[in-house]
Design a protein around this ligand. Structure first.
Ligand code: CP
Length: 307
């Protein structure tokens, strides 16, 4: 049987991505139902979260399921020294799906190896954030009318930013042109540039965040510099405020440009952008509920379009 866990976005081929986006569209039109009646979803958050945890929990609640879990691992027996393996085995006794965020890269994959309960990766260290990617794709599709042939500009922390890694891996199916704007320290890792090379995807590395780049873009994907991933705080201080988008920088941009950000933002987008119709980051977060309803039903092998 095909694995119903979702650990990395590259587990999902182009057709299944499109199917999941069709499901998300269905759930946007029908957000409330009893599809998960009798099901229990565990949300285990070993790292802080607002959007991912609450939108997964909203997704479950709107589909009639129930949620257990923790938002702060210090309140769990992890603080007494219980291993991740034992925690996963215990929670598998109680839940039909485990949604997990963990600070260690590969933690979600490891969890799939110790349980048969589907695991949904809600972010593992600097590695991947596949449910964020599905909502990003859904947001791009809704705003651009297509995923094909778009110019996507990713700005900020491309080294530690798990959302940009997952988004690159998903967008590679749709012939994008990528602009990667970052300091040398926070460059897109070589393994992802190698994927672009192998698949013949055009990309450009920039250290300047120029208006020419903005004006050529269909999507501006801004990211936060992730303080929690730096071992040296001085290194973080050097790069934390390098790129800030201000409203005046959008004057020559395409009318169809949309600005995305996985959030939370710190200083990357000035609040004067918020009222610009090209700002889409708050709607993007709302799309997370529908994308996560799609992921949860996939994990349980339920197709709402065939009910
Ligand atoms: N986008 C995202 O992962 O946000 P949270 O950290 O608030 O879940």
């Amino acid at each position: 049987m095909k694995s119903r866990s979702l650990v990395a976005i590259d587990q999902i081929d182009k057709q299944e991505l499109l199917d999941l986006l069709a499901r998300a569209q269905y759930f946007e039109a029908h957000p409330n139902s009893k599809i998960l009646d009798g099901k229990v979803v565990a949300t285990l958050f070993f790292e802080p979260s607002t959007r991912t945890r609450l939108s997964f929990e909203t997704a479950v609640n709107r589909l009639g399921g129930r949620v257990i879990g923790f938002s702060d691992a210090s309140t769990s027996s992890t603080s007494k020294g219980e291993t991740l393996k034992d925690t996963i085995k215990m929670v598998s006794n109680y839940a039909d799906i485990i949604v997990m965020r963990h600070f260690i890269e590969g933690a979600a994959q490891y969890a799939t190896e110790v349980t048969d309960v589907p695991i949904v990766n809600a972010g593992d260290g600097a590695n991947q954030h596949p449910s964020q990617t599905l909502l990003d794709l859904y947001s791009i599709l809704k705003t651009q009318g297509t995923l094909e042939g778009l110019t996507i500009t990713m700005v900020g922390d491309l080294k530690y930013g798990r959302t940009v890694h997952s988004l690159l891996m998903a967008m590679r199916h749709f012939k994008p042109v990528f602009n990667f704007v970052s300091s040398d320290e926070l460059r897109m890792p070589q393994e992802y540039l190698d994927v672009c090379e192998r698949e013949g995807i055009e990309y450009h590395l920039h250290t300047e965040f120029s208006e020419d780049i903005i004006n050529s873009s269909d999507i501006l994907y801004m990211t936060r510099v992730q303080r929690e991933r730096f071992s040296d705080v001085m290194e973080y201080e050097k790069v934390k405020n390098l790129y800030t988008l201000h409203n005046a920088m959008l004057d020559g941009s395409k009318p169809t440009l949309r600005i995305l950000h996985p959030l939370p933002r710190v200083n990357e987008i000035s609040t004067d952008v918020d009222d610009n119709p090209k700002a889409y980051y708050f709607e993007q977060a709302r799309n997370g509920v529908f994308a996560r309803q799609a992921i949860l039903t996939r994990a349980l092998g339920i197709d709402p379009l065939k009910l």
